[in-house]
Every structure is written in C-alpha cells, then in structure tokens.
Design a protein around this ligand. Structure first.
Ligand code: HAM
Length: 422
C-alpha cells in the first residue's frame, strides 16, 4: 500500500512553487526597503514558551498544538506561530542591547496547528511575519501595517479590507475585563464549557468563541472603545492619523479580538473582499504586544508585528483571478547530433552556466527533433545545435527561437557570443 501525505499538509510541486518563490522574494525585497532583517528560530520550542506567551486559555494552546515528549522527557512543541519564538530569542540573545534600535525582524517558515483542515486552513502552513521591538511610537504600528498592505498590493491584490481595533493598555483592559465579567456572569450557564472557564481567566476570549458566536449576549457585550483611558485613546488616534497619511483605508471594528493573548493597544487584520474567496477571509493578523518580552523574563519592551500565510495569499490571488508572469524560460538549450558532439556539450553546458546563463541539454538520448521539442517546453530563448562536423570545424549553430534567425558562431567563443547579446 502506498503512503499518502498527512491531512492538512501540502506538496508544492514545480509549476506551483514558482509563485511561492515570487511571493517570498517580494517579501524579502520589501523587508530590505523597510529595514527589517531576517531571523531564523527553531521549528520546535519548549512547550512552556507558547503556554506562557500565546496564553493557555487560547484555542491554539488548548487544542491545536503538536506537543511531544523528546527522549530526554522534555515537553516540546512544533511552533504554532512566530511571535513568541522571536521574542524568546530577543530576550535570550539580549537584542535590547543591540546598537541598532528598534530591532526590526522578519521570518518566513512553516508553522503547525492541529486544526480541522478546510480550504485556507492547514495543519502545516507557511507564515511570513515581521516583529518590531523596542519602539512605542504609533508610527511603527502604521509602518508594520503598510508593509503587509504593500506586499499584497505589489502582487496585484486589490480587494483588501483592513480592520483595526485597540485593546488598550493594562488599565483600560482591566476596566473592560470587569465589565465583561459583569455582562456574562449572570448567564454564563448558557455558554460552552470553554467559555465558562474563560470567564474568570480571560473573559475577552469569550468574544472569540466559535461555539457561542451567535448568543445574544455577544452582540450587547461591552465594547473596549468605551473603556480606553486617555493615553490609549490618544495612541489609537495617532495610529489612525498615520494610516490616513499613508493612504491606507481602514475600518475600526471594536469586536476584533485576536486569537492570541499577548495583544494590547493596536490589533488588526487584513481580509480579502474578493468574491469566491470562501469562508475564511482573514489573510493577515497582527498587533501590539507590549508585555510579552517581560512575560518571557526579559526587560519591559514594546513590540508590534504581523503574520500572514502564503497559502491564503495564493488563495486570494486566485480569487481575484490574478495571473502572475512566471517561468521566464531558459537562455539556451544545447542540442547535439552525434556521439562526440553530445560528449562536448557536457563541458559547454557547464561553461554557459558558470557564465551566468540558465542552460540545459538532453539527457534522454533524444533525436534532434525531440530535442527541439524539449527546448520549446523549457521556453528556451536560443537553441545551439552542435553536430560532429561542426565540432571538427569549431563552429556551432545558434538559433533565436523568437525570430527563427540562425547564425554560425565560433565554438570556442560561444559564451562571449551570448554575453554580447545581453
Ligand atoms: P494568527 O492570526 O494566529 O496570528 O495568524 C496569522 C495569519 O496566519 C492568519 O491571518 C493566516 O493568514 C495565517 N494562518 C493562521 N492559521 C492558519 C492555518 N491553519 N492555515 C493557513 N494559514 C493560517 C499570529 O500567528 C501572530 N503571531 C501574528 C503576529 C505577529 N502578531 C504580532 N506579531
């Protein structure tokens, strides 16, 4: 019996992988422009990092982690997200002491969540995310949001909706928390067992419950907007002002509750508005997490970031019918006729490649006609044909596949010939 791929994972094959590479390349280029530097952290971490960092009342920690014991009986977890690992590293490697501040980092790599697989929801998915640590300036909140928006726009997405909210500072959150407890307590018996546990531990999480989403108390729940203190309100106003200045339209939605516990002040999501995108419309999520570094044993450090998955990015491109021009084709296909000429192309191929050209030859003993067909499939710009006679006379025939024009070139200067064409 053959073995199949695990549920909720994907093979990304040639033909599809080029789009992934293009998005990844664009993301890296944009990070360079915005001055975010790459960080690579391990795929697994101590389980405690996520229960403490992401929060042990969240669905991620309670239901979705791939947790295992290693041979040394340590509890480890495949990372479900990238923020807690980045902040762990920030604290552990004392990045708060780096000369370059704020510390602006980005990452790209697989994350793992044991979720019910459906379109746009995988058990292994690739996140691109950024984290800016060490600045309390609302302008960096706007910068982080604009980086995500610009990445989508550069790939051609138009139907985007940005939703923002403020979760306020500690004091505002405390006041809101009390109001939430008072609101839900009298009728908490009507809610699911998870929500009953959430009431005391983290009542904000109730608003994010998928089971009780339609309960009437959800609609009348106290809004954080009414509990923001003066500083939190002023901070949120500035974020909005900067977004307007950057020409980024947004909607304020006081019901936006993110699925992770570390957030305060700014929280945001970017959704796809495209028809046919499916039930899951969130492409990107992020926010501020000023207490996280401290929770993980470091000095008090403000932080903000976002993460988006490449899977949903591609789904959004498909939903908007955006075709990206990929597969440019190779520079040269070396076709040969005769045994000696075939042997010669082994070395010539290497010379072309080392000179910077993409080049290919036949490895299946094809007849010349079939070699031209193979060149066509590779979208070759030129086909260079070498026969045993040409080899003896130190020449090679180079055919421009677009114009059909054919020229004889000295065999020992064919690399220079291609260099001059550029
Ligand atoms: P998150 O909202 O859990 O936030 O995930 C961010 C993004 O990852 C989502 O908007 C979605 O694009 C993608 N995503 C999440 N789960 C899946 C899945 N099962 N399949 C495919 N895509 C998925 C975080 O992870 C935070 N660490 C973001 C952040 C960074 N906040 C501050 N800094």
């Amino acid at each position: 019996m053959s073995i199949s791929i695990p549920r909720g994972t994907q093979d990304i094959l040639p033909g599809d992988v080029e789009l992934w590479q293009q998005i990844e390349k664009k993301a890296r280029q944009l990070c360079e422009k915005y001055q975010y530097q790459e960080i690579r952290t391990p795929i697994f971490e101590h389980t405690e990092l996520f229960s403490r960092g992401v929060g042990d009342t969240t669905d991620i920690v309670q239901k979705e982690m791939y947790t295992f014991e290693d041979r040394g009986k340590r509890s480890l977890t495949l990372r479900p997200e990238g923020t807690a690992p980045v902040v762990r590293s920030f604290v552990e490697k004392k990045m708060f002491g780096f000369a370059k501040q704020p510390v602006k980092l980005y990452y790209m790599g697989p994350m793992f969540r044991y979720e019910r697989p459906q379109s746009g929801r995988f058990r292994q998915f690739v996140q691109f995310g950024v984290e800016a640590l060490g600045s309390n300036d609302p302008a960096i909140d706007a910068e982080v949001i604009s980086l995500a928006m610009n990445l989508y726009k550069e790939m051609g997405l138009k139907k985007l909706k940005l939703i923002i909210n403020s979760l306020g500072d500690k004091e505002s959150r405390q006041a809101h928390r009390e109001a939430l407890i008072n609101h839900f307590q009298p009728r908490i018996g009507e809610f699911c067992s998870d929500c009953q546990k959430r009431l005391e531990k983290n009542p904000l999480r109730i608003l994010d419950c998928k089971v009780d989403r339609d309960h009437e108390l959800m609609k009348t729940a106290p809004s954080i907007m009414d509990y923001l203190n003066v500083e939190s309100k002023a901070y949120f106003d500035k974020v909005q002002k900067y977004l307007t200045q950057l020409d980024i339209p947004f909607e304020v939605d006081s019901n936006l509750v993110r699925g992770l516990d570390y957030y305060n002040h700014t929280a945001f999501e970017i959704m796809s508005d495209a028809e046919g995108f499916g039930a899951i419309t969130t492409l990107c999520g992020g926010g501020r997490y000023n207490g996280l570094a401290e929770d993980l044993g470091g000095p008090e450090t403000p932080g903000i970031g976002f993460a988006l998955s490449i899977e949903r990015f591609i789904a959004a491109l498909n939903a908007e019918g955006i075709e990206t021009k990929l597969n440019e084709g190779i520079d040269c296909y070396l076709a040969s006729l005769g045994e000696e000429a075939k042997d010669y192309t082994v070395g010539l191929l290497q010379k072309l490649r080392l000179a910077g050209f993409s080049a290919e030859r036949d490895y299946l003993n094809r007849k010349i006609k079939a070699q031209f067909k193979a060149a066509d499939r590779l979208n070759a710009k030129y086909v260079a044909v070498l026969g045993d006679d040409e080899l003896k006379n130190n020449i090679i025939n180079v055919k421009n596949m677009e114009t059909g024009e054919q020229v004889e070139v000295a065999l020992d200067s064919v690399v220079e010939y291609f260099q001059e064409l550029q």
